[in-house]
Design a protein around this ligand. Sequence first.
Ligand SMILES: O=C1C[C@@H](O)[C@H](O)[C@@H](O)C1=O
Ligand SMILES: [Co+2]
Length: 295
Amino acid sequence: MFQKNVTLGIAPIGWTNDDLPDLGGHIPFEQCVSEMALAGYTGTEIGNKYPKDPDVLREALQLRGLDVASAWFSAFLVHERDQTEADFRAHCAFLQAMGAKVVVVSEQTNSIQQMDAPLFEAKPTYTEGEWESVVSGLHSLGAIANEVGLSLVYHHHMGTCIQTAAEVDELMKRTDPSLVSLLYDTGHLVCSGEDELAVLDAHIERIKHVHLKDVRAEVIAETKSQGLAFLPAVREGIFTVPGDGSIDFTPVFERLSAARYEGWLLVEAEQDPARANPLAYAQKARQYIREKTGL
Ligand SMILES: O=C1C[C@@H](O)[C@H](O)[C@@H](O)C1=O
Ligand SMILES: [Co+2]
C-alpha cells in the first residue's frame, strides 16, 4: 500500500508512562527498546528513561535497529514564551543530533491533561487573545525548528484548547504551513467525538507525523458518565493499540497512502503494562498493520 519513505515506530508510553510514573516504573529502558525491536519496529519516540547523552542513546538504539522519530515538547506560549523558546531550542538540538525530522509540540496553557478535572465537562478553550499568542508563538517555534532541519508538528490533544476538529481547523487556518504542520492522532480525535476521517481529509497536506492510537469505546463512555480526568481514564484503559479497539484503521491507511504520505506511523498506546503486556500489545499492533498495509 505505502510506496516509500513510510516507517513504522512505537512510543515507549506503553512500557513506561512519563505522566504516570508508577505505570511501568519498574521496566528498564533496555527492556523497552529491545521489545520494540523484537516486535518488528524500526523507530521510537523518546521517553524520560532514555539516556540524555545523544551518543549513549544513539549506540543503544543502533544496537537494536531503531531510529528516533521524535519527542514531545510541552509549550507554554501564552505566559512563558521566552522560557519556552529557550527550552525548545535545546530540545530541537537534541532531536537534530538524534537524526529526527519532526518535533512534536503541544501548547499546555489552560490544559487539564495533568489535572484532576473531568475530561469532558472541564474542557478548556482559548480567548481570542490567547489564540493570537499561541499562533504567534508557534510561528516562532516553527522557525526555530526549521533552522535545524526539523518540522514542527502540532499535537491536538484531549483536555487542551486544541482538541476538537473545529479547533484543529482554526489552528490550521491561522498558521503558516511552512512553520506549523499537523500531527494526526487517531485516538485523541475519536475520543473527543470527532470524525477522524473528515479531519484527515481536510488537512492531509499538512500532516507530517501520525500517532496510531486506538480507543476502548466502553472506557470513553465510563469516562463521561463518571466524570473521570484524563490520567485516571488512561489507567482505566481508554487507549489501546491499533487492532485492539474500536477504530477501523483501513480508511486511515488508504487515505494516507493515496495522498503519498511520507514519514512515521507511530503506534502509541498508553495503558497499564500490568494489565496490557507491552510486548504482546506491540506485537498485536505490528501484525494488524502488516495485514492492513503490507508494511
Ligand atoms: O502523543 C502523546 C504523548 C503523551 O504524553 C500524551 O499524553 C498522549 O496521550 C499522546 O497522544
Ligand atoms: Co499522540
